[in-house]
Design a protein around this ligand. Structure first.
Ligand SMILES: [Zn+2]
Length: 131
């Protein structure tokens, strides 16, 4: 059984509305998650201008600690903006850098652990999802 995007976004503390692209795969024993966030309205941190455009995407590889059962690499395509007024570049807000562990993350961890059992189905792990 593979992880659903819902489970992954829960672990990452993202809502479905935040996500432009989310996919995952296993390479050997490592869970690789590819994520790109939706564009949000933001302004230049230097001059406050809203006259900004996307300059590029920079791949950031984040070794994620919440999925500590398996090695996990988060390939985060960080969106980089350029301000049309001042010419400075800046990154979108990065929700992955300072996230705390919360109950729902730990719950998901338990689900992931259950899913490692060969006969696990969503039916018999559902009491864990809804304590
Ligand atoms: Zn600016």
């Amino acid at each position: 059984m593979s992880l659903t995007n819902e489970m992954i976004s829960d672990v990452l503390n993202l809502s479905q509305d935040d996500i432009e692209h989310l996919s995952s795969c296993r390479i050997n024993n490592t869970l690789v998650i590819n994520v790109r966030l939706k564009k949000k309205t933001c302004s230049c941190p230097n001059c406050g201008s809203f006259s900004i455009r996307i300059k590029e995407y920079k791949l950031r590889k984040i070794h994620h600690s919440l999925l500590s059962l398996d090695p996990c690499i988060l390939n985060y395509q960080a969106r980089r903006y350029i301000c049309s007024d001042g010419g400075i570049t800046f990154y979108e807000d990065n929700p992955f850098s300072n996230q705390g562990v919360n109950i729902s993350n730990l719950t998901i961890l338990n689900v992931l652990k259950e899913l490692k059992e060969p006969n696990a189905t969503f039916l018999n792990i559902s009491p864990i999802i809804r304590p």
